[in-house]
Design a binder for this molecule. Sequence first.
Ligand SMILES: NC(=O)c1ccc[n+]([C@@H]2O[C@H](COP(=O)([O-])OP(=O)(O)OC[C@H]3O[C@@H](n4cnc5c(N)ncnc54)[C@H](OP(=O)(O)O)[C@@H]3O)[C@@H](O)[C@H]2O)c1
Length: 333
Amino acid sequence: MPEQLSAPAATMQAAVCPRYGPPETLRIRDVPRPSAGEGELQVRVRFSAVTPTDCAARSADPATARLAFGLLRPRNPILGGLVVGEVAQVGGGVTAFSVGDEVIAETGAALGAHARYARVRAAGAVARPAGMSGETAAAVADGGLTALPFVRDHARLEPGQSILVNGASGAVGGAAVQLAAHFGARVTGVCSGANAELVASLGAGEVVDYTSTEFTRLNRRFDVVFDAVGKSSYARCRRLLKPGGAYLTTGPGAGILLHSLLTAAPGGRRARLALTGLRSQEARAADLAVLTRLAGEGRLVPVVDGRYPLERVRQAHERVETGRKRGSVLLTL
Ligand SMILES: NC(=O)c1ccc[n+]([C@@H]2O[C@H](COP(=O)([O-])OP(=O)(O)OC[C@H]3O[C@@H](n4cnc5c(N)ncnc54)[C@H](OP(=O)(O)O)[C@@H]3O)[C@@H](O)[C@H]2O)c1
């Protein structure tokens, strides 16, 4: 009987991280293209972001990253969570999207976005609004998807309340400043002097330069302190909180977990860590819709530190690792 020849599997270029290590560990390789399964989309990626989370997933620093990304090596060697591009293939059961639709989505813990094609859950995708560039969509989603749950759901700001945002020039902090101002709060941003103008332009009524002023010693009280770069602690910031105020941080650690438990009783000052990456696909899609609406209305402006083609993914990681990026480091594909 003649041997049946199957079509060669479609391949694509991807940034591959075969083992934990420095940015030089990353390789551009041809790998099999992921196809869309039930409830999924295959997206031709045009923009993604390189984030501190990607750097942790590449370097296993902190060591707890191994619990999330793989004990011995990255479980998925293709990193990246944010996908902005067009639908190339629609999986079974998906009715909301068609081939050619422009979408924004997150791959979540599955990663796989730093490639020419990525597979995403259709439930986590939203249509990119007509007239919004892919770059704007990527920059408001990166940062915004973390900042929105913190500022809206955990800070629960009322108009006129006050919030201090530490790391206000980063992707998360910059989005938090804009969202808090949008919710009617008075915003104090903490950053280095070089970024003071940027942070003021995003909506901070007051900017504190941490290189000359230790913000935890400010003689003021806030309804919310949000440490968007996770460099402080509840113990150091507690004195900044009004009675009933909230300390929120993006940085996991034993201290914040302990203080979350110790401040769990209602009424008093509270300390909270949120892991926004663990939220459901549906919750993230709903937030993407909010963020793109605000961006369309000009209430959320994209802040882009730099753009790197896939071939320069190592340089993008190096830039993120400086801890100095302003807004988002985008990958263009
Ligand atoms: N909990 C979660 O679910 C979650 C989700 C996503 C991200 N994250 C975490 O959120 C953090 C922020 O992410 P990102 O993308 O916004 O980070 P980022 O963009 O890398 O933040 C860099 C910014 O932080 C500022 N900065 C650095 N050191 C500072 C300090 N000591 N005090 C105040 N500002 C400082 C820098 O400004 P200057 O140059 O002016 O210092 C820079 O603009 C990361 O640690 C990430 O891992 C957590």
